[in-house]
Design a protein around this ligand. Structure first.
Ligand SMILES: *Cc1c(COP(=O)(O)O)cnc(C)c1O
Length: 340
């Protein structure tokens, strides 16, 4: 059976590097949305808890419910209907118009749009948001924003930082006026955290670095991290491909001499994006994926029982012209996970 191995030592190594950059483990919120970027929500949450991380970020309440007991605070990024609530939950307010629909007596973090123009209230609307929430007995426990260019070499990163600094001043003034406690401020994802020296916010929301990746690490001289996930496949069947015979859909790979080949139980149905004759991919041990990847299997030039398909997804991200995030996140959540 195909399986995902999760390397605990590598994960803890990454958490160590991240905590150091953030100043302390208390300042790290681990981002576990989308099944912990494909790594397994409960598995990574349990290990993060063991490391001492107290905060998590997810997309939905259903995700938050799975990990509720493992964290003190859970920020829920994208849930409009609050069907269940726990005191550990903090709901992101992504626009002014949801305020009237929220249940009373919950805790929220106001998202501010400082330039990404995706979610959040505008800096001008922040006072209106506070007043609306105040009237409804909703407690503002955080104010945050998200960078559009944290991992790109542009000045937008600094513009957004400057806008968010002004938002912080406004929020301090509003809280003084309304006699409210100051909320937590946070703006950094992985790349933004590692671009910030002397990090001084309340916490950072760290996703991809947790799992061992940082895009454009070369440009920014980011520290080396260690990939946590490796994907393994089991042999289904072997045969000798005679010189001139071809294998798989379309017969796009033809043997130039007699060779033994085997099928392995990973395919695009498992979320391993489809490779074809145009994309050459070689496993860490040097086996080649031959021809097209099928829905449930792929063919390699080996007869080994268990093969590591990847232990680092940089090469696959490049082949598929995408980011490391997409390669791990698309993996089928049903693939068995094992912590090593
Ligand atoms: C996904 C997400 C993050 C994590 O980003 P990484 O680049 O994976 O660290 C942080 N904040 C928000 C709002 C997100 O949606």
């Amino acid at each position: 059976m195909a399986k995902i191995l999760l390397n605990k030592e590598n994960l803890f190594y990454n958490f160590g590097v991240i905590s150091k950059q953030a100043g302390s483990v208390e300042k790290v919120a681990v981002v576990l949305k989308d099944n912990a970027y494909g790594h397994g929500l409960l598995e990574i949450a349990t290990l993060a808890n063991e490391f001492g991380i107290k905060k998590a970020v997810v997309k939905s309440i259903d995700e938050a419910l799975v990990i509720e007991k493992l964290f003190d605070d859970i920020l829920i990024l994208a849930q409009k209907d609050i069907h269940t609530y726990s005191h550990a939950f903090h709901i992101a307010v992504n626009s002014l118009d949801v305020i009237e629909t929220l249940p009373e007596n919950i805790k929220v973090h106001i998202k501010v749009d400082t330039g990404m123009h995706r979610n959040g209230v505008s800096p001008k609307e922040i006072e209106e948001a506070f007043l609306g929430l105040y009237r409804r007995n909703i407690q503002v426990t955080g104010v945050f924003t998200h960078h559009k260019c944290a991992d790109e070499l542009t000045t937008d990163f600094y513009w957004q930082k400057a806008v968010f600094s002004r938002v912080k001043e406004d929020v301090k003034r509003i809280c003084e006026k309304l006699l409210l406690p100051l909320p937590a401020f946070h703006s950094c994802n992985s790349a933004a955290l590692f671009r910030t020296s002397n990090f001084d916010e309340d916490f950072a929301r760290v996703g991809i670095a947790t799992y061992g990746y940082l895009d454009n690490a070369g440009i920014f001289k980011f520290p080396k991290l260690k990939p946590v996930m490796s994907l393994w496949a089991s042999r289904l069947a072997s045969r000798v491909l005679k010189k001139g015979q071809s294998v798989g859909y379309g017969g796009t790979y033809t043997a130039s001499e007699d060779m033994s080949v085997s099928t392995y139980d990973v395919g695009y149905g498992d979320g391993f994006l489809r490779l074809n004759e145009k994309n050459k991919y070689t496993t860490p041990k040097g086996f080649n994926v031959l021809g097209k990847v099928s829905m449930d299997n792929l063919v390699l030039n080996t007869q080994e029982e268990e093969v590591c398909i990847f232990d680092d997804v940089h090469a696959l991200a490049e082949i598929h012209d995408t980011i490391t995030y997409e390669i791990t996140t698309t993996l089928n959540p049903n693939i068995k996970k094992e912590i090593i």
